[in-house]
Design a protein around this ligand. Sequence first.
Ligand code: IMP
Length: 427
Amino acid sequence: MPCTVIVGAQWGDEGKGKIVDTLAERADVVARYQGGNNAGHTLVLGEETYKLRLVPSGVLWPGTLCVLGNGCVIDPEVLMEELDGLEERGVDLSGVRISGNAHLIMPWHRIIDADSELMLGRLQIGTTRRGIGPAYADKASRVGIRVQDLLDEKILRQKIQTALSVKNVLLRKIYHQRPLDKDVLTEATLRYAERIRPFIADTSLLVNQALDAGQVVLCEGAQATLLDLDHGTYPFVTSSNPIAAGACVGLGFGPTRVDAVLGVAKAYVTRVGAGGFPSEADEADSTRIREHGGEYGTVTGRERRCGWLDVVALRYAARLNGLTQLALTKLDVLSIFESIPYRLPDGSVTEDFPWHQSDFHHAQPVYERLEGWSTDISAVRDAGQLPRAARDYLAFIEERVGVEVAIVGIGQRRDQIITLRDVLEAA
Ligand code: IMP
């Protein structure tokens, strides 16, 4: 499909990067539409491992246009390091384009993020402390600094000065931190500006031109459906809209242009940070899944909480995103239990994700135990060679979620993938 949105269907870390990387071979454009360096992708190519935080996964396919859209928040220091690191390893950056309308994460955002979490104590969200929430808050308050401000030294100096006249009061009086020095900060930002300037562009125009020309555009979401600011498990969410509709806002094209929405889900579930997690496994099983699946954060290194596949949540993701297909990753790790309905505090049973936070927090998963497979499937390349129990598991998910499975991931490497249906077939 010329315009395919790729979205996380759970709480993030589903392996979207690898799926995007696989499809990117046949894509002309890969465009990220929200989030910042709270995201992290690990891509394994032969002996080489790449850890990406901002640049879309398509960057490893030369000739692909890689866009960071207006819906992203960009820490210029992190971006500069990432660009330098990729260039040092010989990666071609000529296709990277950054929206002038994307917002910058400034040092005060990082400080406020971390200190707000400390002040919340037991009630903290468990953010990545990368300044994401405060940067999006400033965007909504219309006091943010944008990527295009890096193009004009005078404007940049003025905006930093104006921002600091308020932020330094906050830093001193509320957070008990030392104020930031305007000149030091401006000089540092100007150095990043120098490096980033050649990549800044009108990315909405570029993406629309690609669509007009019938090119294959992959829209890459960061984080995931249940971390969506509006539809996720608020307040334990990120501050942007990872759901598929976010692609239109975060890249600047109309909803009529989207052809397909691929949801990426793990064969089990993980979550980092605080918040409800009905199908969370007990300590022993959680540890077993974590060790087996290497479930540690790419960005923060935090241990991920692990649990069983939650079909209620997956059905919710199918509804919110209008999923046309599913990619199921980490089928090689394991999956034995599934929660299909939830039992609510009043004793009723539902297959629909509870809209009220109290119902969600008290929902009890009702598990169905499925036959597992104890064989190593990481070398399988053809769905027909999968053990019967694994094939039944896929069929079961398709039936209960109402979305066909197109791709199955069975390992970290680029070739460890089983294609059941061609996601980009119409292109
Ligand atoms: P923030 O996006 O750093 O503000 O964090 C808000 C919540 O989203 C926290 O629970 C984070 O752990 C979670 N989160 C943010 N980015 C990711 C991600 O890429 N994968 C998984 N969880 C994430």
